[in-house]
Structure formats: C-alpha cells, structure tokens
Design a protein around this ligand. Sequence first.
Ligand code: ADP
Length: 496
Amino acid sequence: MTYPTYHNLIGGEWVPAASGKTLLNLNPADDADVVGAFPSSHAEDVANAVAAAKKAFASWRLVPAPKRAEILVRAGSILQERKEQYARDMTREMGKVLAETRGDVQEAIDEAFYVAGEGRRLFGVTTPSELQNKFAMSVRMPVGVVGMITPWNFPMAIPSWKLFPALVSGNTCVIKPAEDTPLSTYNLVQTLIDAGLPPGVVNIVAGLGPDAGAPLVEHPDVRAISFTGSSEIGSLVGQRAAASFKPVSLEMGGKNAQIVLNDANLDLALNGALWGAFGTTGQRCTATSRILLQKGIAAEFTKEFIARAKALKVGNGLDESVEVGPQVNEAQIATSTKYVEIAVKEGAEVLTGGRALTGGGYANGTFFEPTVFGGVTPKMRIAREEVFGPVVSLIEFDTFEQAIEIANSIEYGLSTALYTKDVNRAFTAIRDLEAGITYINAPTIGAEVHLPFGGVKQTGNGHREGLGAIDFFTTWKSVYVDYSDRLQRAQIDNAE
Ligand code: ADP
C-alpha cells in the first residue's frame, strides 16, 4: 500500500533523518494500515535541530509575550476546525476510540486558550527594597532551548502541555514524539506553523528513545528537559540530565486506587470504575488499576462490575459503537499477558478476561480483553506495579483507615478517587491520600488543564504541568534599580 513519508522539522524545513532510515507508524487495530513512515533520527539530527532552536531563540525571546500568545489563540481556533480530522488520525495511530481522541484534541484546544492568557500575565513580584531610593522586582525569563520527550497515550494533549507554556514563556523547542504516535505531534506543530509560528521556534526530531531522545537529554545547548513516560526511562533521563545540572520535569507512572465505601452511590461508583479502568484501554497514567471495596458492598459491586466489564465492546476505535480500542502495540499486549500470569501465580483469580483477543475482527490488531482480578491482596505485584493495560484488581477492606493505608502502600502517587456520601471522610481522604490528584465521587481519570497535574513519590520529581508549567519553563531574574545616586550597601549601610 502507499503511505506518506514524513521528515523532521528543523529550522522551518522538512528534512529526512541523516541516516535516511524511517520507522513505520502502524494502526494498532489493523497492522495492514500504515499511517506513515517517520524519520529514524540520531544524534546528528538532534544537533541540527538544537542549533536551529538556538538560532531562533535570539529573536523569539524578544517577541512580546502577548504577541506570542496570539499565535496560541490562532492555533486553538485552527485546532477547533481540524478537530475531527486530527481525532481520526490519532485513533488510527494510537487506537483509542474516537470519543477519546476528540477529547485529546480538545485538551490541546483548552490548553491553547488557557496558556494564551499567560501572555498577559507571566507575573513576577515587586517588593520593597530594604534601602531608600531603590526599587526591587523579579521577572520571569525564558530558559532557552527546551527538549521535550513525550509518550504515545496522549499524543496531542501531552505535547500541547509542554509546547504551549514553553512557547508563551519565550523558549524555543525540540520535541521527540513517541515512536508509536508521531503523527499527532506533526499535526499539532503544523497547526502552530499555520498560526504564524516563526521557523526554528519548534523543531521535531522523530525516532527511537535511545537514538533520538538520549542525545537530546545530553546536548549541552538544551537548557531543560520535559519528559513524560515510564518511571524506568524517567529515572534514566533524570540521571543523565543531572550530569550537566539540567532541570528536568518528569511525569511518570501510577497505580491509582478508587476507594468505594459502604455508603457510596454504587451505580455511580461502578460507572466511575469502569471508565477509570477501561477508558483509553487502561493506558493512562491516571487509569484506575486498583478498586478498593469496603466489605459491605464488595460482593454486589464485584458481581455488577464483572457484568459491565464483560459487556464492553472491544474493537477498532474508528467504529463509533466500540468502547475499548486496542492496546498500542505488541509489547503492551506482552506486558498485560505477563501480569496475568504473575497475578495468577500469586493467587489472584481472573474474574473476567485475561487473554489477548485474536482471530476474527481482532486478527490484525493488538487487542486485550477487559480483565478483572479478584482475591487480590495489597502485597501482590499486580496490586503494586503499573501494567498500563485494561487490567484492574479488586481489593477488599474493613475500615476507612485501612483503605487509606492500602491506597498509600505503593511507590507511586498520581491519582486517587473516593466514593462516599460522608463529607468528613471525604475531607480526611483529601488530606491523607498520598497523591497529586484526589477525586471525590469521580473516577481517577479526567484532569482539567488549568489545575496542577503531577504526582508524588515515584510518579514525579516535584514539577507540575497545567498550573505550574510556567514555573518550569521560566527562570527568575531579580532586578534592583538604585536611584539614590550613591553607593548603598545592603545589610551594611542600613543595619540598626
Ligand atoms: P512508554 O512505555 O509510555 O512508551 P517510555 O518511558 O518507554 O514510556 O517512553 C516515553 C518516551 O521516552 C518515548 O518518546 C520514548 O521514545 C522515550 N525514550 C525511551 N527511551 C529513552 C532514552 N533512553 N532516553 C530518552 N528518551 C527515551
């Protein structure tokens, strides 16, 4: 079949990788459908992209922030016009269902309009000087060339969380999209170009992580790295960047718990759990992977949850009636399969699912049955390790305090949810759950762009996207203006 060939974007020009090699982007619902060939880039391509970004920084940093923001406003409007097409492209390359890929594009639209407002804020502080006739303030400065490494599960939203705040802050960017889903980054950047972004301000280098991501992290002219992906690679990226004291923002894994108390609205809790566990085929860092059930409702919840999980329609996400799309690739299927084996060996029971779907309409794709484990105890690996697939564990508990303890007993700390009608317990949970995000009577997934996004423990290294991204993409400059016309020595002339 024929398919388009894409190039890297370097200094406003589309250029093939120096190696001349490409990687095929396949539709996970149908591997006969090739979305396109994308460059397989290496250090040389990265160096060219960084040089172009460095050159563009000289003028981009001088563009007034409100003018930079106008480009984001235009980009948001163009994305609105192209939403359907970009959602279809995304379903083809990533697999998740159309309703969700429309949501992914919508998130980029929301981010564009939210961040554009920063063009007229980017607030610093003014404060009194301790000396007479002296003015003190702090202003935000761009960092310089920023490197971005993104995952495949939110192929447009996550690049937008990084690119838009970096751009409005006056930085120039080199982005290395996930090898499974580069097209959505291309669509996003094409939108920025059509909105008037000057050449070289955003550059794309596509390729494999070790080939194209690692040299970006190590390049001396890259002043900061923003990474979203697995904790394993995040740790590597953080360590490499530390060698040159490069700031790194790391957003990584989760093992998110939904707690259901005896007094919960059970139907609501069931709907939330189903969406949290199987939305995006379980491939969200905020996906519900543990459902903690108080004993009074456990039997009824379990029976009904299994029935609803069984009824989910799995298939090609381009079919509007499908509820659960494929997993993104064979490696993810292998991981889900491996964890089923581990769980069963540890004594968990497969209540439904547990296998890859093959044959019939599933023959050419990477599909996995929605899978529910019962009899799970908090120490089992299936209750502690991230699977990133349509796999969820049911864990029973007696008291509210036990539920909080179990929820916190893992190494991750991204999202949590509590279903209850008891306001006292709700606020206690908000205080005590060790996570960057807590939902009350809503599923663990569903972040909005204007709140801080990120987690504690092994989920992140303290930075936040959304509200907080500007803090990462700017650096402070403190400014003192002395209009006394004489030498004033701080802490000396004004002592006493
Ligand atoms: P996921 O399992 O969600 O794909 P990864 O952490 O493997 O998460 O990948 C996230 C991003 O990190 C991808 O763009 C990938 O290409 C990139 N990556 C993988 N290995 C490295 C590496 N050694 N250095 C830099 N980036 C990497």
